[in-house]
Design a protein around this ligand. Sequence first.
Ligand SMILES: NC(=O)c1ccc[n+]([C@@H]2O[C@H](COP(=O)([O-])OP(=O)(O)OC[C@H]3O[C@@H](n4cnc5c(N)ncnc54)[C@H](OP(=O)(O)O)[C@@H]3O)[C@@H](O)[C@H]2O)c1
Length: 338
Amino acid sequence: MSQDALRWGILGAARIARQALIPAIRAAGDEVAVLGSRELSRGVSMAADLAIPEVVEGYQPVLERALDCVYIALPNALHWEWTVAALGQGLHVLCEKPLAMTASQASEMAATARRQRLVLAEAVMYRYHPRWARFLSILESGSLGQLRQLSGTFAFTLRQPPDIRWDPALGGGALFDVGTYLVNAARWINRREPDRVSAVGIFRQGVDETVNLVLNFPDSGQSGPSMAALSCGFASAESQWLRVDGTRGWATLERPFTAWHGDSLPIICDMGSGRVEEIPCPAADPYEAMVRAFGRAVRDGGSTATGADDGAANLAVLDACFRSLNTGQVESVLSLAG
Ligand SMILES: NC(=O)c1ccc[n+]([C@@H]2O[C@H](COP(=O)([O-])OP(=O)(O)OC[C@H]3O[C@@H](n4cnc5c(N)ncnc54)[C@H](OP(=O)(O)O)[C@@H]3O)[C@@H](O)[C@H]2O)c1
């Protein structure tokens, strides 16, 4: 462990903490100092498996330890409360996606972090995978001509309850679980915000099980595709892809969001020649890259590519998607300033 290794606390013995984030924190050279769990026995069992030196019951005692930062892997409905509590204790926060349940909550979290001069980042790990830099460079190179249309799907079969994603009170549903990635990617590719959205969905057990979205990006002379047609859901076989069509060619990413170490998935494209090309992309661990970027922001007093303001902007679009699901109308994306 290096001298300036960050000391992390973990809130919740969550699957994603166990599988991805705790290994990533260690791979980045930082220290996992303490785990908080509602049930001590759950926490003790995970701490034993992962050699975490201290376990406490509940989350507040974690915030009272001598730490630099916390990772919040709680159900979506608890992100706001525990992020604000951690910032209040002077801790930097890496919080799982979506950052909160509404743009207004996320804006409050962002403002609190700014006031406290602390780093608050949303754990949108896919943005740190190097194949995305390659994909964006193709889109921005002009080889596909003028970009017109973005399409994408993130769907899989979610097993029956109990699972936090089937519980509306905990922030369940497909839009928050996987639709958030599609909206995030459409905004990132466009480097601007959509102004209008339309959503149609199927509800089951009180949550959105399958949702189809159309996002409209205003034409401001920028080059991103002005329309995005996206679908997400819990009710079909695993399907995860993203495609951008231009006036001369197209490019696709298979598994755009969860490619990990071991997955060397190429970008497949036709850059106007009529010939389908495969551009190799080496495997990488986006979680480790995200933790390293977070650590740099903490040490340098900077920010990350997936900061709280971006998380709030993403939620402004999700807010509009939920309104559209309820009204059956096209809905405007409300400005965060207003
Ligand atoms: N970035 C990614 O790749 C990725 C992937 C999957 C999930 N996620 C996000 O990570 C978060 C956790 O997801 P997960 O799949 O890891 O969930 P999970 O395994 O169900 O873990 C959630 C944890 O929250 C705690 N919790 C507190 N109140 C709870 C309640 N009322 N019911 C159930 N659990 C409660 C539990 O920890 P204790 O019992 O130990 O307190 C539980 O282990 C979500 O926000 C999700 O969107 C991100």
